[in-house]
Design a binder for this molecule. Structure first.
Ligand code: AMP
Length: 176
């Protein structure tokens, strides 16, 4: 995409080799968050790419998905629903297990977070293997809602996580 905003975002992502373990090239989005122009451009691009998709809520994945997801929810004029690491949500929750690029984990959602038939946008900073996003889709479906689209700032293309989410719509602002 030859948008100046995309170049700005790319310039505000810092590569940190061997974090959190050897062999991982960590994509650090904190410089982007700290730059008001870049952060705004990022949320604008996400909203534009959704192109009027009618949604009832934004579901953000802990913890970097909260930052982008909450801002996007505000921009779209809908509520925000957190998907959290195990044991963090206070009320009755559903849980889904998944494998990470580094380790394994689970995610949870409040059982009453969504209404039956709701269409939601699931947001995270980055898709690697797609395991976290797929587990989140399972949680949305357990709530009898559906994923209208996934939105990621970064797609690590070689790991092919997007294929795991088929046939859902997947939007990524930056491919690496
Ligand atoms: P995955 O489930 O493999 O798609 O992993 C996605 C989750 O892990 C996201 O919440 C990312 O924030 C995090 N993650 C995985 N790989 C990286 C990476 N190379 N740089 C930054 N975050 C990563």
């Amino acid at each position: 995409m030859s948008d100046e905003r995309v170049s700005l975002l790319r310039a505000r992502i810092r590569d940190v080799p061997n974090f959190p373990k050897d062999g991982i090239l960590f994509k650090d989005i904190t410089p982007l968050l700290a730059d008001v122009e870049a952060f705004r451009a990022c949320i604008e691009l996400m909203a534009e790419r959704l192109d009027g998709e009618a949604v009832h809520a934004v579901v953000g994945i802990e913890s970097r998905g909260f930052m982008f997801g909450a801002a996007l929810a505000d921009k779209l004029g809908v509520g925000f629903v957190p998907v959290r690491k195990p044991g963090k949500l206070p009320a009755a929750s559903y849980r889904a297990e998944y494998d990470l690029e580094y380790g394994s984990d689970a995610v949870e959602i409040h059982q009453d977070a969504l209404e039956r038939g709701d269409r939601v946008v699931v947001v995270d900073d980055l898709i690697a293997t797609g395991g976290t996003a797929l587990a989140t889709k399972e949680l949305v479906q357990r709530c009898r809602a559906e994923v209208a689209a996934f939105v990621f700032l970064i797609n690590l293309v070689d790991l092919d996580g997007v294929a795991k989410l088929a046939p859902s719509r997947v939007i990524a602002i930056l491919d690496y």
